[in-house]
Design a protein. Structure first.
Length: 388
C-alpha cells in the first residue's frame, strides 16, 4: 500500500470525527474550513466523499472505504506547486458521487493486487456504474482480457463481419459466443436489450437506409439532406446498440461516436471490432463534449418514458449544449403513453429551444393497441443564430 495512507495526520482524523457527528451542511462548512487550513497534510485524504442520502444510515462508511479507493480519490500535492489552471496546489481525481453509497460493491471493486491482474468483474463494475458510481474509480491493475486475442478484421470488411469470439471476455454474459448472440432472438425467451442487434445480416442490415411506411423511420440520407451538403461531419449516437448508425455514417465519411452499456452482451467490444468508436458511459452522465461542437446527435429507443422526467429534461439540455448552432438532434422513435405525450413530453421537448425540422407522431403497436403507446420521431435543429 502507499505510505501516504499510513501516516494519517491528526487533523484528518479529527475531520473524520466531525464528519460522523455532523449533518451534511455542517460537513460542507467544516470541509471548507478544513481545506483552507490543512495544506501541511496534503498527502492525506483532504477531501472526503460525503454521502447525502446515506448519511443517516452509514456514517461509518468513510472509515471503511477501501484503501485503493482512498488512494485514488485523495487530494495530492501537485509536484510543481500551485497551478493557475487548477486554481489549486492539489489534484483531486473524480468518481461518481454515489460510489460511497454502495460500500459492499465498492469494496469488492477496489479489492485487487496493485500492479497485478484485476478480477474478472465486469458485471460488478457495470452495476456500480449504473447505480450512479460514474465515473468509476480508476484501478491499478490489468483489466481482464481474452487469452488468445486475434487482430480485428481489416477495414472495410470489419464493418459488416462478425468478430472472432476470442476478442471478448464472455464471463458477464448469458451467451458465451457470437453465434449464441446472433441466434438469441429465435432461441432465447425473455427480454434482452437489442436482442437481435448482433445479427448483422438481419434487421441491422436495412436500418436507416430507406424511409418506411409510417413516416417514423427517417432515412439517413433524408436527414442529411436537411442541411447543406458536407456540413454534418461529426456526431454522437446515444445508446447506439451495435453502432450500425455509426457504420452507415462512416460510409458517408461522417464520424460518429456511439455510447453503449454492455447489457448482457459485449456491445462495446463489438462496436470497436466493427471499426467505429464505442463510448462506455450511461445515459446519466454529462456528455463528455464541449459546448457547441457536434453536428449531429442521434438517439433511438433509449430516450423514453423510463427516464425520470426531470432527468430527461437535463439530458435534453445537455444535447442542446453540445450541438453546435445549426446542428441537428435526431430523436428516433421516442416512446410514451398518449396522455403523457400531450401533457409532459411534447412541452418538455419544445421548451428546450430547438427548431422543428420534422415532427412525426405515430402509434406504437408492438405491445398491443390497448396500451395506447405512441412514438415520436423528430429532427430538431439548434438555431444557427441566437441559440443562447
Ligand atoms: C507497484 O509498482 C510500483 C512501481 O514499480 C511500485 O512503486 C509499487 O511499490 C508497487 N506496488 C505493489 C503493491 O507492488
Ligand atoms: C469519402 O472520402 C473518400 C476519401 O476522401 C472519398 O474518396 C469518397 O468519395 C468519400 N465518400 C463519400 C460517400 O463521400
Amino acid at each position: 500500500m502507499d505510505s501516504s495512507h499510513k501516516q494519517k495526520c491528526l487533523s484528518t482524523n479529527l475531520f473524520f470525527f466531525f464528519l460522523l457527528l455532523s449533518t451534511n451542511l455542517i460537513t460542507l462548512l467544516l470541509s471548507s474550513i478544513f481545506y483552507s487550513s490543512s495544506s501541511s497534510c496534503s498527502l492525506n485524504p483532504i477531501t472526503t466523499i460525503t454521502t447525502t442520502s446515506a448519511a443517516s444510515t452509514s456514517n461509518h462508511d468513510e472509515d471503511h472505504l477501501p484503501p485503493e479507493f482512498l488512494a485514488f480519490t485523495s487530494a495530492y500535492q501537485l509536484p510543481f506547486g500551485f497551478n493557475t489552471n487548477f486554481d489549486s496546489d492539489t489534484m483531486l481525481a473524480p468518481v461518481g458521487r454515489a460510489c460511497t453509497q454502495f460500500p459492499v460493491h465498492l469494496r469488492h471493486y477496489m479489492s485487487y493486487n496493485v500492479n497485478g491482474s484485476c478480477p474478472d468483474d465486469e458485471l460488478l463494475a457495470q452495476k456500480l456504474l449504473l447505480k450512479g458510481c460514474e465515473p468509476l474509480p480508476r484501478r491499478r491493475c490489468r483489466a481482464a482480457a481474452p487469452k488468445n486475442y486475434v487482430e480485428p478484421h481489416p477495414l472495410p470488411a470489419s464493418f459488416w463481419t462478425t468478430p472472432a469470439d476470442s476478442s471478448v471476455v464472455w464471463t458477464a454474459y448469458t451467451c458465451k459466443n457470437y453465434e449464441c448472440l446472433i441466434n438469441r432472438r429465435r432461441t432465447q425467451k425473455g427480454f434482452d436489450d437489442c436482442k437481435d442487434c448482433f445479427d448483422l445480416q438481419g434487421r441491422e442490415s436495412s436500418r436507416w437506409r430507406q424511409t418506411q411506411g409510417s413516416g417514423l423511420d427517417f432515412s439517413i440520407d433524408q436527414v442529411l439532406a436537411a442541411k447543406p451538403p458536407g456540413t454534418i461531419r461529426i456526431g454522437l449516437d446515444i445508446g447506439g446498440g451495435v453502432a450500425t448508425f455509426a457504420v452507415r455514417m462512416r460510409e458517408r465519411n461522417i464520424t460518429i461516436v456511439t455510447t453503449s452499456m454492455n447489457l448482457n452482451g459485449p456491445f462495446n467490444n463489438f462496436i470497436a471490432s466493427r471499426g467505429v468508436v464505442p463510448l462506455y458511459i450511461s445515459i446519466s452522465q454529462r456528455l463528455p463534449f464541449f459546448d457547441n461542437t457536434l453536428d449531429i446527435i442521434h438517439s433511438m429507443h433509449v430516450l423514453s418514458n423510463w427516464i425520470p422526467t426531470k432527468l430527461l429534461h437535463f439530458v435534453l439540455f445537455d444535447i442542446y449544449r453540445v450541438l453546435r448552432p445549426g446542428g441537428v438532434f435526431w430523436l428516433d422513435h421516442f416512446f410514451c403513453d398518449e396522455e403523457q405525450f400531450e401533457q409532459v413530453y411534447a412541452p418538455l421537448i419544445e421548451s428546450v429551444g430547438f427548431n422543428k425540422l420534422k415532427w412525426v407522431v405515430g402509434r406504437k403497436l408492438d405491445r398491443g393497441p390497448e396500451l395506447r403507446e405512441m412514438y415520436l420521431s423528430a429532427l430538431l435543429e439548434k438555431p444557427l443564430n441566437n441559440s443562447w
